[in-house]
Design a protein around this ligand. Structure first.
Ligand SMILES: [Zn+2]
Length: 114
């Protein structure tokens, strides 16, 4: 019983993922741009503080930059996973977008086009 429910929710999740992927990748792009701006600001802050005090401790600011870079990297791979992929809502097979066939090669379901 639990297995059947899992399968049903899994299938409907596949469908909503398909329609959501465009807005999701826009969201990720915005977040990446935001983190990149923040890194620039922190870099400038380090420059200013270093100019005022070359012997200061900048580990916290540098760690902040490292954190943001890590976040950007993980968002970039999320973005890569969303980009250029069509997902069959029925069986979940992923196809590269360059294959413009209308039907899933695995189960024959008509693929939604975006
Ligand atoms: Zn399929």
């Amino acid at each position: 019983m639990a297995n059947i429910l899992d399968k049903i929710s899994g299938a409907s999740k596949g469908v909503s993922d398909m329609s959501k992927s465009a807005s999701e990748s826009n969201n990720l792009k915005k977040k990446i741009a935001y983190e990149q701006e923040r890194i620039q600001e922190v870099m400038q802050e380090i420059g200013k503080q270093y100019y005022a005090n070359p012997n200061g401790d900048y580990t916290a600011l540098c760690a902040d930059i490292d954190d943001r870079k890590r976040r950007i990297n993980s968002m970039r791979s999320d973005l890569q996973a969303l980009k250029g992929v069509r997902i069959c809502g029925t069986c979940g097979t992923r196809f590269d977008e360059k294959y413009s066939f209308e039907f899933c090669g695995k189960c024959g379901t008509r693929l939604a086009s975006e």
